[in-house]
Design a protein around this ligand. Structure first.
Ligand SMILES: Cc1cc2nc3c(=O)[nH]c(=O)nc-3n(C[C@H](O)[C@H](O)[C@H](O)COP(=O)(O)OP(=O)(O)OC[C@H]3O[C@@H](n4cnc5c(N)ncnc54)[C@H](O)[C@@H]3O)c2cc1C
Length: 437
């Protein structure tokens, strides 16, 4: 008996994990990836000959599925759990942030605001049941419960920087997830935070699973954007430039708006429901510098007038000689899909970013810049509003044999490699179950 053919759309971490597991069980698997390289949002580029993620990445200690995945490939010992120093930019200056001591000295909140910040954090942190929080927005809950100062000074600007005009829509479950995960990543003293980085980049996780999936017989085709997935005689026709092929089952790991475009057989009511799922795109400028920009790993920007929401100085976290002495500064800038900035050429964007970098650190000088890059990620951050479980797509779509495992299906947690691994495993398990073992 010939094995059923499985087509997987998307060669990011989730698609590769599923491909590897399905191929490992003897199934005929083909992965279609639209870009010339697999890896999706965990793609890497070279800094001084050393691979570095295009988009900043680290792990929290709660990311147990990723650590387990790394262990499968003998890579878990190469995850270094390093202290991370956080700062906050507001009122035209940088402040230490994220530790109890720094909070005591964080004057922009005032005494009452600091109290509000601590109380709101404790209140959310102690909850294990997120369901009753679903009907509220983060901003609404903070305001209604008397935490308005914490909202106006800290959470409000951060929500605005990440979600733009959608800031007021973000569900309280999102804030709960951030606080719960973040506080679980405290170090043993409870005072600081440790986050994990894979020596040599998280690209090694991608390379390892890709290699094993191929060795198990998966056919991973890059530079193959899927254009259409149509049901035909109890199977699926998958169309891509220059051809089409037939599969018995199809797993999509692409963003939900993309799946809705690709799969016209999804019923109208599903389209109406999933059509309400929205995302931000990510602009991720990266500077290679001759000297440090600051002494923080992560600076949150609490100033709505600045054109970015975070500055992540990777070389204040990993050993600074990792890239032959070059310092690496990421700029975090999420934009809504209709934001014209996403389509601006690089030189126009640098005219926006560089002066703002000087505002945060007046000593910064363009002569420090050794190289600059701007990476763009479409549908890089799902927007999770109130009562999101109402929209949440199941792994099995209403079209029998068509499955979806996309970042927007990670809930109540937020996207991350840990959850891409978990979702890829869950998708493979669902397919195996439906295939009879
Ligand atoms: C700025 C930023 C920072 C992040 N920071 C962290 C972090 O610190 N820690 C962490 O763990 N995670 C982080 N993440 C999240 C992490 O990268 C993702 O959760 C994870 O990589 C998602 O994997 P995925 O396979 O689900 O999706 P993706 O990586 O998006 O993979 C989907 C794939 O589908 C492909 N595709 C799309 N359309 C088609 C088509 N029509 N045909 C064929 N292929 C198609 C895409 O090219 C892509 O390769 C970050 C992400 C961003 C953007």
């Amino acid at each position: 008996m010939t094995q059923p053919r499985i087509g997987i759309i998307g060669g990011g971490l989730c698609g590769l994990v599923a491909a590897d597991l399905l191929a490992g069980r003897g199934h005929r698997v083909t992965v279609f990836e639209k870009y010339p390289e697999a890896g999706g949002l965990v793609g890497v580029f070279d800094v001084n000959g050393v691979p570095l993620e295009r988009f900043y990445h680290h792990l929290f200690t709660s990311d147990v599925d990723y650590v387990d995945f790394a262990r499968e490939f003998g890579l878990d010992g190469d995850i270094e759990w390093l202290p991370s120093k956080m700062g906050f930019y507001t009122e035209n200056r940088l402040w230490d942030f994220g530790t109890p001591l720094s909070l005591l000295k964080f004057h922009p909140l005032g005494l009452l605001g600091r109290l509000e910040f601590v109380l709101s954090t404790l209140k959310l942190r102690q909850r294990s049941d997120w369901k009753p929080l679903e009907s509220q927005t983060a901003a609404g809950w903070l305001r209604d419960n008397g935490y308005g100062r914490a909202l106006d000074t800290v959470w409000g600007p951060l929500l605005f920087q990440k979600y733009g005009r959608r800031d007021v829509d973000i569900g309280l479950v999102w804030l709960w997830g951030k606080i719960a995960l973040r506080t679980r990543s405290r170090d043993k003293t409870g005072l600081g935070e440790r986050v994990g980085y894979m020596k040599g980049s998280f690209g090694r996780g991608i390379a390892a699973v890709l290699e094993r999936a191929k060795a198990r017989g998966a056919d991973v085709r890059t530079a193959k954007p899927v254009r259409l997935v149509k049901t035909a005689n109890g199977a699926f026709e998958v169309e891509f430039p220059g051809g089409k092929e037939t599969f018995d089952k199809v797993l999509s790991t692409v963003a939900i708006p993309e799946l809705l475009r690709l799969a016209p057989d999804l019923p109208a009511e599903t389209r109406a429901l999933w059509g309400q799922i929205s995302y931000c795109h990510a602009l991720c400028p990266v500077l290679e510098l001759s000297r440090p920009y600051s002494d923080y790993y992560w600076i949150n920007i609490g100033d709505r007038s600045l054109p970015f929401g975070g500055l992540i100085e990777h070389t204040n976290y990993v050993p600074k000689d990792t890239y032959g002495g070059r310092r690496v500064l990421y700029i975090s800038n999420y934009v809504l899909p209709d934001d014209p900035r996403f389509r601006l050429p690089d030189d126009e964007l640098w005219k926006i970013y560089l002066p703002a970098l000087k505002k945060v650190n007046p000593a910064f000088d363009e002569s420090w810049v050794l190289a600059k890059h701007i990476f763009r990620g479409e549908y890089a951050q799902p927007i999770v509003g109130r009562d999101y479980s109402r929209l949440l797509p199941p792994l099995r779509t209403p079209v029998p044999g068509l499955y979806s495992a996309a970042m927007a299906q990670i809930y109540p947690e937020d996207r991350g490699q840990n959850y891409a691994v978990r979702l890829g495993r869950q998708a493979a398990a669902a397919l195996l179950e439906d295939l009879g073992g």
